[in-house]
Design a protein around this ligand. Structure first.
Ligand SMILES: *[C@@H]1O[C@H](CO)[C@@H](O)[C@H](O)[C@H]1NC(C)=O
Ligand SMILES: [Cu+2]
Length: 241
């Protein structure tokens, strides 16, 4: 495959190289099997990202919107415990990591779970500023976080996301505007939370809807930061219970 942009021709290999997925949910300190508790994503073969913040795929990127959820198991996890996601390789693009949760009605394996204004953020990891460049740990393949102790018990989706920011400037110049897009890597685990509390999670957002794509933390040239730059994470503030 070749994609022509003006007088330039980019090979598919240069564009695709390798990306990643988050197929393994981590619980009890161990990664579980591929797609056991994480809804299998449409990029399970290509590893390619979601690039359109208005697309339904931004929610959980399922292979099939009706069949994937019921085909995926539901993990039982305790509020206050540490869980996570493991990628199928290093998360080697610099970017911003976030984890959202949504109550799942009527069950965690319901295809319609998370389709409303129901998502809240429980964790994030900001990229770090190194001189005029924004970086992140590009050798790690996992990220772990705590399920808030005050979260009420019940069925939930846990959505891990990395917003890879390396492409925002790679093909600089207005002529390449179509290629200047962030890359969203996504996985949704299905869980039943037990031993929870009586907190009220928020602020709530819908996904898609949470991002416009024009946020300073998304539309950014990470290789040419102004001095004194401070990264502004996109989306709602973190609810930690
Ligand atoms: C999760 O909880 C629901 C009730 O909310 C129950 O029907 C289901 O069996 C539970 N699933 C697992 C795997 O424990
Ligand atoms: Cu990639």
């Amino acid at each position: 495959m070749k994609i022509s942009v003006g007088s330039f021709v980019l090979t598919a290999a240069a564009l695709v190289s390798a990306h990643y997925t988050f197929p393994d949910f981590i619980m009890n300190g161990q990664p579980t099997s591929d797609w056991q508790y994480v809804r299998e994503t449409a990029n399970h073969y290509s590893n390619g990202p979601v690039t359109d913040v208005t697309n339904e795929a931004l929610r959980c990127y399922e292979l099939d919107y009706s069949a994937t959820a019921p085909a995926t198991s539901v993990a039982t996890v305790q509020a206050g415990s540490t869980v996570g996601f493991q990628a199928n390789g290093a998360i080697y693009h610099p970017g911003y990591l976030a984890v959202y949760m949504s109550p799942a009605t009527p069950a965690a394996n319901s295809p319609n779970a998370g389709t409303g204004n129901t998502w809240f953020k429980i964790w994030q990891k900001l990229p770090t500023v190194d001189g005029s460049t924004l970086t992140s740990d590009t050798t790690d393949s996992t990220f772990t976080f705590t399920i808030p102790k005050d979260l009420p018990s019940g069925p939930y989706l846990i959505r891990g996301e990395q917003i890879a920011l390396h492409v925002a400037s790679t093909f600089g110049g207005a002529q390449f505007a179509i290629l200047k897009v962030p890359q969203f890597y996504i996985g949704c685990a299905q869980v039943n939370v037990t031993n929870g509390g009586s907190g009220t999670p928020g602020p709530l957002v819908s996904i898609p809807g949470v991002y416009t794509g024009n946020e300073p933390g998304i539309l950014i040239n990470i290789y040419d930061l102004p001095s004194g730059f401070v990264y502004q994470p996109p989306g709602p503030t973190v609810w930690s219970g």
